[in-house]
Design a protein around this ligand. Structure first.
Ligand SMILES: Cc1cc2nc3c(=O)[nH]c(=O)nc-3n(C[C@H](O)[C@H](O)[C@H](O)COP(=O)(O)OP(=O)(O)OC[C@H]3O[C@@H](n4cnc5c(N)ncnc54)[C@H](O)[C@@H]3O)c2cc1C
Length: 420
């Protein structure tokens, strides 16, 4: 099945906001995308957190090239200063984009990418590698198929691979056995999952904004279902720095959530356990007992693991990737986003120079490009996509693409990106 590689389409893995942005920008540059989405609709990871209000406003959440395309159809642009929920992001932007007559023919729903490689080349083989097409192994209701493409844009997100509760990065002892009472991510506590949490003792683990969202909803639930008891376990030694966003934070919703959690703590609505590092989870008379530093926490009915997400690198294991050992992002992006080095949460714009791998023609974009770092924003992803698609349109002219890359700081120069 050899062919002229230049005539092949470009595979986009995932039809989240960033995968769709890649499709729009490829078409805009005169290239042909083929988009594979494992879910039954575009944005199907977002559907899991549809009830969450975003902390970035509409102005940051949409790709300008996609806006132009949507405007051709009589689409009504949302108020740019409003903060959508995940549901609104889907209904007012992601789904209209996916069903646009220029995008829909390129979109393959219910089609999972299981593997990617290079035609007739396993990861070891050099000979003629750069000229070989990529092979994308997909599966759907009709079975498995190999599809040849010219380049890969992996925008498959991280939501399907949450971090474990275990403090060592691997499952805590007993975590897998207890999985029916553990919810990873941001469950819809006040909606579809209400019965699971109402009147129960619930332990939330995690110190980020997903944990704050879960705590906020549990407190609301406890006002209606009075026996609901809320425990919160964090790694940190104190909850003194809950409000970390500046007063004039451009992501105002983020600060509002932080201030609200601070107030709930002051009102005594949440029992806090600091210095938590989970080693073991034991089932005991229908309850779960979490052990941290060899001490047991009070027994609980349910645990919410708001412990972040990690990239699925297995998908790329037959390709030559260079991954930052700490963040698991592309190696040149790691120093820009490593939370061990930067605390500000803001990341400079970046492009192909930071996203490239030794495997030419492979780009990981969107939240997956950040690996385990938690600071990804859609507006950064849209800039990534612009840079990658312009490189692909220029037949791989990396020098001009790098010259046009939006990178505005050098991570190796202390202080030029964000304060430490
Ligand atoms: C609760 C929450 C709140 C957030 N709030 C904000 C915010 O306020 N502002 C902001 O800018 N960002 C926010 N983010 C971060 C980020 O912008 C979102 O996670 C966003 O959805 C990332 O877009 P994406 O396209 O990279 O990935 P996703 O939206 O996760 O899309 C990936 C897509 O790939 C598909 N897929 C996965 N594996 C495969 C496969 N093997 N084959 C085919 N398809 C596959 C999935 O089904 C999914 O549709 C938030 C994230 C979360 C979890």
């Amino acid at each position: 099945m050899s062919c002229n590689v230049e005539n092949l389409p470009i595979a986009v893995i995932g039809a989240g906001p960033i995968g769709l942005s890649a499709a729009v920008n490829l078409l805009d540059a005169g290239l042909t995308p083929i988009v594979f989405e494992s879910g039954d609709c575009a944005g199907s990871n977002i559907a899991n957190w549809a009830h969450v209000r975003m902390f970035s406003p509409w102005a940051y959440n949409m790709d300008p090239t996609a806006i132009s395309l949507l405007k051709e159809t009589g689409w009504t642009e949302p108020a740019l200063t409003d903060f959508p929920t995940g549901r609104e992001l889907l209904d007012r932007y992601v789904l209209p984009l996916a069903s646009h007559e220029k995008i829909a023919p390129h979109l393959h729903l219910n089609t999972r990418v299981d593997n990617i490689s290079r035609q007739y080349h396993d990861v070891l083989r050099n000979d003629g590698r750069e000229d070989a097409a990529f092979v994308v192994r997909v599966s759907n209701a009709d079975g498995e198929r190999d599809i040849l493409v010219r380049a890969i844009i992996d925008a498959s997100g991280t939501y399907q691979t949450p971090n474990w509760l275990g403090a060592h990065g691997i499952p805590a002892i007993g975590e897998l056995a207890a999985s029916s009472s553990i919810s990873y991510g941001v469950p819809n506590i006040l909606g579809a999952r209400r019965e699971q949490f109402a009147g129960k003792t619930v332990l939330v683990i995690g110190g980020g904004h997903s944990a704050y969202n879960a705590l906020q909803d549990l407190v609301k639930l406890s006002e209606q279902a009075q026996d609901t008891r809320i425990l919160w376990g964090i790694r940190q030694a104190t909850v003194d720095n809950i409000v970390r966003s500046p007063k004039n934070d451009e992501l105002q919703e983020r600060r509002r959530l932080e201030v609200h959690i601070q107030t709930l703590l002051e009102e005594g609505k949440i029992e806090v356990f600091t210095h938590i590092a989970i080693e073991k989870i034991q089932s005991d008379n229908g309850k779960l007992v979490v052990h941290s530093h060899s001490k047991a926490l009070p027994p609980v009915d349910e645990i919410i693991a708001a412990t972040g997400f990690r990239p699925n690198l297995a998908l790329l294991s037959e390709l030559r990737i260079a991954i930052d050992p700490a963040t698991q992002s592309p190696v040149n992006l790691g120093p820009l986003i490593d939370p061990n080095l930067h605390t500000c949460g803001s990341v400079p714009e970046h492009g192909v120079a930071e996203l490239s791998h030794p495997e030419s023609g492979l780009y990981v974009v969107g939240i997956k490009s950040y690996g385990r770092a938690p600071t990804f924003l859609l507006k950064t992803g849209y800039k990534q996509v612009k840079s990658v698609t312009s490189l692909l349109a220029n037949q791989g002219d990396i020098e001009s693409a790098v010259a046009n890359s939006p990178l505005s700081c050098d991570a190796r120069v202390p202080g030029s990106c964000c304060s430490k």
